[in-house]
Structure formats: C-alpha cells, structure tokens
Design a protein around this ligand. Structure first.
Ligand SMILES: [Ca+2]
Ligand SMILES: [Ca+2]
Length: 443
C-alpha cells in the first residue's frame, strides 16, 4: 500500500521531490540469489527522509544521498530501488547521486530473484519492468504489495483481505489465504520459500506483523501492535498511545526479520497537550522469537536487507588467472573479504581484497596498475603458494595514472621468467568498487 501514516508527516518525513541525474549504469550480474545467503547491510528510510545504509547492528551509517522510502536491494546486493514522490529510481547500494537512475511512476518496488526485473505497484495494479525501467507490463489488475518467491516463478500480492499469487509473467492467479480480518500489506517471502510475512494494520495507528506458510496455512502472530489510554495526570484516550509493527523483511540467511516499530508514547515531563511523542525505529528479531526480543537497529523505517555475494576470486585459492604479456582485466571487489592469514597490502588496513595470479612468460620489467578503477585501491604483489606465507614483491596505495595523482595504485618490478606472481587488489579501509587491472611486461 502506498498510503503513508499521518503521524509520519508530523515527524517531517514528507517526501520531497528531487531531480535525478541520469547515468549509464553498469551492467549487473543476474546470478540467482543462493539460499542461505549472507547478510549484508540494512537500507532504510532515515528520520530525515533520506535513505541510509547501516550494518545490521546500526553501526557505520552511510547516507545514500537521496530522499526516498520503501527501498529494496537487488539479489547481487549492488543496487537499491526505491520510491520517492510517487516515482521509482535505482541507485548504487553504496550511494552517490551519480548512479541515480529514474525509472518512472510506481510504488512498493521489489527485484526479481534473477535481478532482471522490478515488480511494483502503479495505480492499484501490479506491474513489472526491466531493471533499467523499460518494458513495463501490467501483471495484475487490482493488487498491491508484490513479493517474489525465491525461485522467481511466482509473485505474492495482496487484494482486499486476501493474499494471492500470480505467475511471475502474469496470468494464472491463485488464492493463498482469504478471510484475513484486515487487508494485508508489505508482503515478504522468506529466502527458503517456506513462509510469507506481512503487516496487518487496524486503523492507521495500530499494526501487527504476521507470518504464514507459503501455502497459506499456519497463520501466526510475530509482533502484535496495541494501544492504551494514558493514566497519568492528564489521563485520556485522545490521542491514544499505540504500537505499530510493519514492513517485515527477511534477512538473506533467513534467520531474522527486520521491521519497522513505530509508536506513540506519553512523556509526562512535557506540558499537557504535548505529551504524546512519536518514535520510529528499525528493529530486528529472530524469525521464531517471542515479542519483546527485539534489537534496536536505527531510527527510521522501511528496512530492506542487502544480500552479499562475494566474487569468485575473493579467496587466495580462487585467484583469477591472467595470462599474456599485456593483460587488462575487469573485476569487482564488492562484498569481498579479508581471509585468515592475509597480509595488509601496502601496509594498510583494507578488508575487501580479490586475488589474481600471473605467470611471467619471460624476464623483464613488469608494471601492474589499477588505473581506471572507480575506488581507492591497494595493490600488493607476492610470491608464495599460501596466503599466510607470502613474500612481498611490490606494493602500493596511491600512484599517478596518466600523469595525474590518483587513489589508484601502481607497481613496477623486475619479473623472473616462469615465476608466478600473486596479485591482491584491495579497497582502502574496505571500500568496494569496479576494478580495472593492467599487467604489462616489457622485455
Ligand atoms: Ca579476499
Ligand atoms: Ca589507494
């Protein structure tokens, strides 16, 4: 549903219109999300109305640089689609308005599990389009709150007091569950395919989160919203204090639900008439946990959980092989990690390394650089067969590329014929980006 709670406006959450910068986006991997996935960061609408990305414990907040709400993260974890002023856009998960791409009118967006499509609401119907905003088609007439099954074959959606599914390309509809007391909203399908979570809202104030099996059976309450009347010196029920649990979102590993916890509570230290305070938090709790076992994450709402899929050459043992005397390789260190025993490249704390190996076909001067990469790189070149027993050949943090000083890296050394060199490209303090790596051997 696109209806915003009235009380959010009082918090200054009103959505501002903004003008987007169109940019030719990078092509993204269309790999299916694997279950169980690894949990990345949580993207949410912060109290300022801007999208914020935080670690699941709320640490290291990053302002994504845009006003928006209802974010969803792509299966490869690299792109966020979100709603702002009645329109949808995508942005890189690490932010930056330079990657902003407007997609057109819509609400409640969600990526398909292969990352190729975005399903969304438009004028009370459910549509899908390609991730670049082209090819919009209506899948369902009369429906809200789409959620893909993890295998991508079905879309769950809400219509009146029922939860239904439809083929991901449209067509045949199935009713999973009817007779719900109140219209369901904010559907989320668990990564193992077994459960669907949703919000049930009483009157715009009180709301609860339910789960059910994905065949519609086994309805169970996860978090129950409630209301109460104040009994202090200014006793009364106008306005009422209440709790509002909404927007459940499964962690990629399936163990945890993130959700919005909004509440109005009395603060008797304030003057009469101003005692009702509104709070909005993102919290997490284990999927089967009882009420009250919630972890505070961050002030705000509408959480979306980022799946992490480290690159194939994250580990030393999975190094990508480069061959030739003049090699250009493209790569990414998104979601890459530091492994046990790994040295600090160029003596600097990185944390998001990927590995390459290159064998010198002849003796000569070799230059290796990361010029053209779009992040602050570290470069380390080693010999040795084990990540914890490497001998440093050369290392660099920042170097000149094409005559200008940059945050990219470059090394030059004398290569021995037939020797295999191990190359680590890392992100300075663990940043992520797209790698351009060049190896040039001159005889
Ligand atoms: Ca690594
Ligand atoms: Ca650097």
């Amino acid at each position: 549903m696109t209806v915003r709670l009235v009380h959010l406006v009082t918090l200054g959450w009103a959505t501002a219109a903004w003008v987007g910068l169109l940019m030719a986006g990078f092509a993204l991997d269309a790999a299916l999300a694997a279950y169980p996935g690894a949990n990345g960061r949580i993207v949410l609408e912060g109290q300022s109305g801007r999208l914020v990305s935080v670690n699941p414990d709320g640490s290291v907040p990053v302002d994504l640089g845009v006003t928006g709400t209802n974010p969803a993260v792509s299966p490869n974890g690299q792109t966020v689609v979100f709603e702002s002023g009645g329109a949808l856009s995508t942005i890189r998960a690490d932010g930056g308005t330079g990657s902003l791409r407007p997609l057109g009118t819509g609400a409640e967006p969600v990526f398909s599990p292969d990352g190729a499509f975005i399903a969304f609401e438009r004028n009370g119907d459910i549509w899908r389009m390609r991730k670049d905003g082209t090819g919009s088609t209506r899948l369902v007439t009369g429906g809200t709150d789409p959620a893909y099954s993890p295998n991508g074959r079905r879309l769950a959606f809400a219509r009146d007091s029922t939860i239904r599914t439809v083929n991901a390309q449209g067509g045949e509809e199935k009713r999973l569950r009817g007779g719900l007391e109140r219209p369901p909203q904010h559907l989320a399908w668990s990564p193992d395919g077994g459960s669907i979570a949703f919000t049930s809202e009483l009157d715009g104030y009180i709301a609860s989160i339910y789960q059910m099996n994905s065949d519609g059976s086994g309805l169970r309450l996860f978090r129950e919203g409630d209301s109460y009347c104040y009994t202090g010196p200014t006793a009364g029920c106008h306005p009422m204090a209440y709790t509002h649990f909404s927007r459940p979102e499964y962690s990629p590993d399936g163990s945890t639900l993130a959700f919005s916890d909004q509440r109005a509570d009395y603060d008797s230290s304030l003057p009469p008439g101003e005692q009702l305070k509104i709070y909005s938090w993102v919290k997490t709790a284990p999927v089967g946990s009882a009420q009250g076992n919630d972890e505070y994450v961050y002030a705000g709402g509408a959480p979306a959980w980022q799946p992490l899929n480290p690159p194939a050459n994250d580990m030393f043992a999975g190094a990508k092989v480069l061959s030739g005397s003049d090699v250009s390789a493209k790569g990414k260190n998104f979601a890459a990690t530091k492994e046990a025993g790994e040295p600090q490249h160029a003596g600097i704390s990185g944390g998001t390394s990927v590995w390459y190996r290159w064998k010198a076909t002849a003796a000569g001067q070799v230059t290796m650089d990361t010029c053209g990469s779009d992040f602050d790189t570290l470069l380390g070149v080693y010999t040795g067969a084990s990540v914890s027993q490497l001998t440093t050949v050369a290392a660099n943090d920042d170097a000149a590329c094409a005559g200008a000083s940059t945050l990219q890296s470059k090394v030059t050394f004398a290569a021995e014929a037939g020797r295999t060199y191990r190359i680590a490209v890392d992100g300075y303090t663990g940043v992520w980006g797209r790698i351009a790596l060049h190896v040039t051997l001159s005889g």
